[in-house]
Design a binder for this molecule. Structure first.
Ligand code: ADP
Ligand code: MG
Length: 443
């Protein structure tokens, strides 16, 4: 295979993993130059691409390439635009740090520190708790359970805990692990009879950071996590957990594991208010070394991008990347042009399909399952939720909503809405969940 063929195949793999706008904005402009001694050199337009891809899509390119060539590869970036020397130095420093940590098996992002985290009303409890835990791991809140929607800073805070602890206690044994990776590790260990080694690795930690625990599944995995948890907890070793929802709202999890999650402190992160968003934009602009950022642009970003800070950051980086490419200054006009796919017209109606996608994601179901005529308890609840939410946020008629949910009629939709209303009145957890879903989908 030529390098072009390899890259094109990798691109199609990447396309399946990231959403369409992100793919067009960040991955399409990349060119491959060479593959030599397992090192793949990629050419990117400017430094913003490198930072964005590394933070927002760690390993996506690497894994796609490895799947195609069938062996491990190292990535190198070549940046087309001439680079500012001091910027290059600081970016190299971060890179070296990341590499040094990775060599010790610690996959922390050196950019995600407390200094780089902007506190605000929406995240202040989580921020304070994370700081406290980093100051005295294992001593106060154990576990610390942080939950909130996508892109609100959970992963950043967890990494900040890890980074700060490492600064103070160099020899601490730390592990940051996303839950899907944890599952893979356990499954692999079980298959190849390597459980003893895995137990050794996990139960001798001083600090365990488990990210996105909503993905937990499988009895064996949960057992293993439960025992690991107990073992660390008894030794007063710190555990930090992140999740997109509260422990009560995690589906299909064993009661004993759920109860472990609630033994320490539970804090949530809410979507940021506009002041916090503005402060975050300024902070990120400073970090990206964007010198001229007009206030009307800051306002446009802060007001149009509702809650997801990753999107906020991505948009900022995108306009900076564009300005660097064209040599033009950043203005309101150039911003609107660059972000036309991201900043939507606010009146754009939400579609029933979008609701189906969001709700089924929430219940860990596939959108296609909603449409088949099975009636398990989970499916019925998910369908009712979809109909209810769709009635609130879309402009579709009741019969169109019914049709989209597996050929139901409009009376079914009315019935579903009534059921959901009644349950909302009785069940506060459910009520909050629906409230969150509505917020998320409207934005
Ligand atoms: P989550 O894990 O909750 O989905 P992340 O921690 O990955 O979200 O955050 C998404 C992006 O937003 C990251 O680049 C992170 O640095 C940034 N971010 C989130 N909250 C803040 C904040 N309060 N201050 C600065 N950056 C933030
Ligand atoms: Mg995260």
């Amino acid at each position: 295979m030529t390098i072009e063929e390899i890259w094109n195949k990798s691109l199609s793999k990447i396309e399946q993993k990231v959403d369409g706008t992100a793919f067009d904005l960040w991955f399409k402009p990349i060119k491959t130059i060479s593959l030599k001694d397992q090192t793949v050199t990629l050419e990117i337009p400017n430094r913003f691409f490198k930072e964005w891809i590394e933070d927002a899509y760690p390993n996506v390119i690497k894994e796609a390439l490895e799947a195609i060539v069938g062996h491990p590869v190292t990535l190198k970036y070549k940046i087309e635009e001439p680079q500012d020397l001091s910027l290059k130095k600081s970016s190299d420093r971060i890179e070296n740090k990341r590499q040094r940590l990775a060599n010790r098996g610690i996959y922390l992002n050196p950019r995600y520190t407390f200094e780089n985290f902007v506190p605000g009303v929406s995240n202040q409890l989580a921020h304070a708790a994370a700081m406290a835990v980093a100051e005295s791991p294992g001593k106060i809140y154990n576990p610390l359970y942080i939950y909130g929607g996508a892109g609100l800073g959970k992963t950043h805070l967890m990494n900040a805990v890890g980074n700060l602890v490492l600064e103070k206690k160099h020899d601490f044994s730390i592990l940051y692990v996303p839950t899907d990776q944890l599952i893979t590790e356990i499954v692999t260990a079980l298959r190849y009879d390597k459980m003893a080694e895995l137990k050794d690795k996990y139960r001798n930690l001083d600090l365990l950071l488990i990210d996105d625990v909503q993905f937990i599944r499988g009895e064996k995995t949960q057992d293993e996590l439960f025992h690991t948890f107990n073992s660390l907890y008894e030794k007063q070793k710190q555990i930090v957990i992140s999740c997109d929802r509260s422990p009560r709202e995690i589906n299909d999890i064993t009661d004993r594991l759920r109860s472990r999650f609630t033994m320490g402190l539970i804090v949530d992160i809410q979507p940021p208010d506009i002041e916090t968003k503005i402060a975050i934009i300024h902070k990120k602009a400073e970090m990206m070394n964007i010198r001229k950022l007009p206030e009307d642009v800051v306002h446009l970003l802060a007001s149009r991008i509702k809650s997801n800070i990753r999107e906020l950051e991505g948009s900022l980086m995108r306009i900076a990347a564009q300005a660097a490419l064209t040599g033009e200054e950043i203005t309101l006009e150039t911003t609107k042009k660059v972000l036309k796919d991201i900043i939507h017209d606010e009146r754009r109606p939400v579609t029933v399909d979008a609701v189906i996608k969001a709700v089924s994601e929430f219940y860990n179901l596939k959108p296609s399952e909603i449409k088949v005529k099975r009636r398990t308890k989970d499916l019925v609840l998910a369908r009712h939720t979809i109909m209810y939410v769709a009635k609130q946020v879309t402009e579709s008629s009741l019969s169109d909503i019914g049709k989209a949910c597996g050929g139901k009629d409009h009376a079914t939709v009315i019935y579903a809405c009534k059921q959901v209303d009644e349950r909302r009145a009785k069940d506060e957890t459910f009520n909050r969940m629906i409230e969150n879903l509505l917020q998320k989908i409207k934005h």
